[in-house]
Design a protein around this ligand. Structure first.
Ligand SMILES: *[C@@H]1O[C@H](CO)[C@@H](O)[C@H](O)[C@H]1NC(C)=O
Ligand SMILES: *[C@@H]1O[C@H](CO)[C@@H](O)[C@H](O)[C@H]1NC(C)=O
Ligand SMILES: *[C@@H]1O[C@H](CO)[C@@H](O)[C@H](O)[C@H]1NC(C)=O
Ligand SMILES: *[C@@H]1O[C@H](CO)[C@@H](O)[C@H](O)[C@H]1NC(C)=O
Length: 374
């Protein structure tokens, strides 16, 4: 299987036009199918894109969620029907780990960056109840498989097209694949540095270094997540994962590095004085004692498709600049992004992981790819 980068894709489907007079070198290359993209924001507690829809409204804080598959807006300012809006007469209701939203459903033109679709189901929320750490929030764009949105719109039995599915169906992109560069956070300042992007229809080989680890999407969790099996998880040199297989999924709508309870406790035991800390509605996370020196803490390595994807202590310890967002009082301890995954999976790779690796979502072939950033 050949996975073409977005840039190569543009060339492959490009059309040559221009004048080829003798001796005249003029070869303008115009791509007939460019891979559209959108800037991706890293707002500490969420990844966001801007969504333009309704009555020419732009919703700047739409959470990019690879763990769900419905698109809705209206959480902070209401969706107003515009010239392209068709009222479907239906309603939607979704529930997340972080809360819920309900409202009306329209079919509308939706633009995200340079990607536009004209016939997209979009929820217009009129009631939401979501964790405060997501504020400010306009809505969610679900980029998981569409199976997970079945029964979330009244009157429709099966799944409905995600924004991504509409790009494929409306012929905006040729390859049923998209990719994501999560902008880095300045750990000290707790602010985004640099640019991030979602690229629809390809991936950008110039942003990838080394091999891409391709994993089959296993769908063991609920058929509809970006789930896969990894080889093992190591904390330092000790394997902390089960011996047989490590069922994992990635979820950009979740910030944490979640581990099953055995692995979570193995991390806790290997650092004297480590303890779970309750951080309110978001649950319990691991805190290392104040006397732990970051330089002496082990790294965590997620081994997949024969490659280790490693986070250093500086990467898995939460920057203190993020404490306020999660209601944490700075008591000198090193709060981490480690949380317990309960029985959902052996590992969940959330935003705190994704921001260090390039990720590629091959919807058409149900594969997911991870690589180091160039
Ligand atoms: C939201 O819209 C639905 C459908 O019209 C309606 O039944 C419900 O009462 C509305 N809720 C609020 C809080 O306005
Ligand atoms: C859902 O996803 C599948 C697989 O990518 C696609 O074939 C289908 O067109 C999508 N939309 C619906 C409504 O099933
Ligand atoms: C990944 O790192 C662990 C711990 O250092 C090591 O034991 C393992 O061999 C590494 N795996 C690969 C594929 O490099
Ligand atoms: C650090 O403090 C914890 C208690 O908070 C203690 O259990 C541990 O032994 C201390 N570690 C060192 C290296 O002093």
């Amino acid at each position: 299987m050949v996975h073409l980068a977005g840039l190569k894709l543009a060339l492959l489907f490009g059309t040559l036009s221009g004048t080829y007079a003798a001796g005249l070198v003029k070869l303008p290359v115009r791509a007939s199918v460019a891979s559209p993209s959108a800037p991706l924001g890293n707002k500490i507690s969420k990844l966001t894109v801007s969504v333009t829809t309704g009555n020419d409204q732009t919703f700047d804080n739409v959470l990019v969620d690879t763990g769900s598959s419905l698109l809705w807006v209206g959480a902070s300012s209401p969706y107003v029907p515009g010239p392209n809006s068709k009222d479907t007469g239906e309603t939607f209701g979704v529930e997340y780990d972080e809360g819920s939203a309900t409202g009306l459903v329209y079919l509308d033109t939706v633009t995200i960056g340079s990607a536009t679709v004209t016939n997209q189901y979009i929820g217009a929320a009129n009631q939401t109840s979501l964790l405060a750490d997501l504020d400010p929030l306009d809505g969610f764009i679900g980029l998981s498989f569409n199976g997970s949105n079945a029964h979330t719109i009244s009157g429709i039995d099966g799944p409905t097209n995600t924004f991504f599915d509409s790009l494929v169906e409306e012929g905006v992109i040729e390859q049923a694949l998209w990719s994501m560069v999560v902008p880095a956070l300045d750990v000290a300042a707790g602010q985004q540095v640099g640019e991030g992007e979602i690229l629809f229809g390809g991936y950008d080989a110039s942003k990838v270094e080394g091999d891409i680890a391709w994993l089959d999407v296993t769908n063991e969790f609920d058929q509809f997540t970006w789930a896969f099996n990894m080889d093992a998880i190591y904390f330092g040199d000790s394997q902390i994962s089960n011996d047989d297989f490590v069922f994992a999924y990635t979820d950009s709508g979740n910030i944490w590095l979640s581990l099953n309870i055995d692995s979570y406790l193995a991390v806790q035991k290997s650092v004297p004085g480590a303890a779970g800390a309750s951080i309110g509605p978001a649950g319990e996370i691991m805190a290392f004692p104040a006397n732990a020196s970051l330089a002496d803490l082990p790294s965590i390595s997620y081994s997949m498709a024969g490659q280790n994807f490693t986070l250093t202590p500086e990467q898995y310890v939460m920057p203190s600049s993020a404490y306020a967002t999660f209601g944490i009082t700075d008591d000198g301890r090193h709060y981490t992004w480690f949380a317990s995954a309960g029985s959902q999976a052996d590992a969940i790779l959330g935003q705190a992981w994704l921001q260090y690796f390039y990720s590629i979502y091959d919807v058409g072939n149900t594969k997911i790819g991870f690589a180091n950033y160039a």
